[in-house]
Write a protein of this length. Structure first.
Ligand SMILES: NC(=O)c1ccc[n+]([C@@H]2O[C@H](COP(=O)([O-])OP(=O)(O)OC[C@H]3O[C@@H](n4cnc5c(N)ncnc54)[C@H](OP(=O)(O)O)[C@@H]3O)[C@@H](O)[C@H]2O)c1
Length: 265
């Protein structure tokens, strides 16, 4: 890894940047002139993403393979990059679980809590403090529409994403005077590998309008973040449906659950 920290490059750290929404966010940030620090578990995935983004003209791309669900992961990243001019932090890495809580093993619970809650909080705390000292910066935290839907099987995923939403609002208030802006994104269905949907279903979902492309979602998120918005919900229909989604009657939640329970990754 080359050390460009003393150069004039403005850096954006993006977690979960090897594919899906994270790769699209990294691409959008590269187009805006940021050097990229890519983070995910797979070294091969990171190498490929870095190669692709460099070919497309990114000013600089660095990467670190790390399991963000592991204890101390955020501190390790901050030790590596805390002194760099990191102006943007995107907490995007995530994993999906659609399973009743009592059917999940302890390892899975610890993993999702470690990734969505602990790593996101710690990266916000550590990089947020560095940005506040410099008097500028942007943090984008990836929550989900599922934060608003209380349904059997979604407890763990939805509740950890609710945490990300609430924590982001508080952090935004806390950092308001410091010049650091915090935005939370709550996309609904996006055509990525998160749910294990085959490509053909992803394409069909986009054609039918039930899924958005990761590129469109990433662009809406970046526009919102750079405008200093508190919250971004990509897609007009998703914004219209939001009050309904949070107050689904029990019978609708049951039907939904019964129709979708077979879709387990
Ligand atoms: N797709 C949707 O419909 C949707 C909707 C709302 C919100 N979201 C949220 O958007 C974010 C991105 O989702 P996506 O759909 O783009 O998913 P994806 O295509 O599955 O990508 C997930 C990314 O996160 C990385 N990652 C997963 N576990 C990790 C870990 N323990 N440590 C470090 N990196 C990890 C993955 O790389 P490695 O596997 O190499 O680690 C990959 O780069 C997630 O937070 C998700 O909850 C997605």
């Amino acid at each position: 890894m080359t050390n460009d920290r003393n150069s004039s490059i403005r850096w954006a750290l993006v977690t979960g940047a090897t594919r899906g929404i994270g790769l699209a966010l990294a691409r959008g940030l590269a187009h805006r002139g940021y050097g990229l620090i890519l983070v995910a578990r797979s070294e091969e995935g990171l190498q490929q993403a870095a190669h692709q983004l460099r070919k497309e003209g990114a000013v600089a791309v660095e990467y670190t393979p790390i399991d963000l669900a592991a204890s101390g992961a955020a501190e390790r990243l901050h030790r590596l990059y805390g002194e760099w001019l990191v102006d943007v932090v995107v907490n995007n890495a995530g994993t999906f679980v659609y399973r009743d809580l009592v059917e999940c093993n302890g390892g899975r619970v610890a993993h999702i809590v470690g990734l969505h809650i602990v790593a996101t909080t710690e990266l916000c705390r550590l990089f947020g403090a560095s940005m506040a000292r410099r008097g500028k910066g942007f943090i984008l935290n990836m929550s989900s529409y599922a934060a608003w839907v209380s349904m059997g099987g979604l407890g763990l995923y939805g509740a950890t994403k609710s945490y990300v939403e609430r924590m982001s609002y508080s952090l935004r208030d806390e950092l308001r005077e410091s010049g650091v802006s915090v935005t939370v994104a709550l996309p609904a269905g996006v055509a990525t590998d998160l749910y294990g949907l085959p490509d053909v279903w992803q394409r069909r979902g986009v054609r039918l309008g039930v899924l958005m492309t990761p590129e469109r979602v990433a662009e809406r998120c970046l526009e919102g973040m750079f405008r200093g918005r508190r919250r971004v919900v990509p897609g007009l229909m998703n914004r219209v449906m939001r009050p309904i989604a949070s107050h689904l009657p029990t019978w609708v939640r049951r039907v939904l659950r019964n129709k979708t329970v077979g879709f387990q990754k």
